[in-house]
Ligand binder design. Sequence first.
Ligand code: PXL
Length: 461
Amino acid sequence: MKRVMTIGGSDCSGGAGIQADIKTFSALGVYGTSVIIAVTAQNSSGVQAKHEVPVELVESQIQSIMSEASGKGITVDYAKTGMLYSSAMIETVAKHLKRHKIPFVVDPVMKAGSGGILLADNALNTLVKLLLPICEVVTPNVPEASFISGLEIWDKEDVKDAAVKIHELGASAVIIKGGHLTHETAAGKATDLIYDGEFEELSGEYIKPKKGKIIHGAGCSFSAALTAELAKGENLRHAAASAKKFVHDAIAGGEELSNMIVLNQARELRKNADRYFVLENVKEAVRKLKSIPDFKRLIPEVGTNIGMAIEGAESERDVAAVAGRILPIHAKEVTHAETVDFGASSHVARMILAMMAMTGGKNIRSAINIKYSVQIIDACKRAGLVISSFEREHEPTGVKTMDWGVREAIRNLSSEGQRRRQVPDVIYDLGAVGKEPMTRIFGDTALEVASKVNKIMDALE
Ligand code: PXL
């Protein structure tokens, strides 16, 4: 694994600074070390207190990480700097980065999103003089680029001028982030500009925070992601594009903490892990169903399907099910099922998405459709399942049957069931002209649904 080092301030809120960097490093598969130059106390209303770490202790941290000679150190492939606060700190950090010949990214942090000062007035000069000439790339936002270049920035042409100026000041590459260019963001765009002797625009979607909310930690996460990608050997343009997408996704999946929106750097990882879990779970459930003796008895004319959704599923593509349904094989005891895939069944997906929309916090993410008969419903009762139903003749025109049916079935629960805030395990309907009657079994996972089916079979006389 590549190893990286962040040099910056601790943000106790966990949204920015060293904390955001370490989360980003982990999510992108590099090993993160950290050199803390200051501790800040902050939350959504601002920076309440800060205290610099003595310069000698900062030196010691870098030496401990970099002590190759003793063979006991860690050493790193790449570094980044964030909040550095004072001239003295910048001098020390520059000296050590140079001595150890570590390639690094400078995030020229000046202010917290909530307004606190993270770079002393007289320190900007030192940063420009000592860090820019030896860094690989500097990543200012628009206000920072304006301070560094001394130019006013209103539009994309001004951004170009500032980038050229900052390049002249010694940075071999400059990325000016566009999240503060109001006429761009108003149009839903966040366009970053790369300049390393040649210009390249990186376009992207601007995610507008809700009124009164501020996004906290995007800049730190961007420069940390850039550092991780550069450490892995990506070229600057690819690294910047990956970092931009990473930050976009982390903001899209962000958490609201009072008036801050903090990034969820692990969102894409968690989503993919959940997709794998869901796929395996449905496959295992299908194997289990196929092993139930006489399972064929429960398969309706239209066939059976079982599905499961990822957490926070939004569409049919987030629900895995059996491609082409589970069907009986004529004159044999066994049943046939093709592969399991996301988006394989819109029918089963609609019942699950409807149930998830109705029960939000309850974590019900899976369902199967089986045959309806009085005996099957009796078996459901004997198996101790909570049962409800809807009647298709009451279905209004223009609704999606399952959206309406699930809502209706929850409303139709017995008053006892309602009082105990139960959610039905079983929803059946008696069909209509051209519509086969149907029973649906719901559960948290596909495996749980399969074991409910098993119980129903056991209870079937
Ligand atoms: O986003 C820049 C930043 C860097 N470092 C620390 C911070 C912030 C923003 O709040 O708190 C410690």
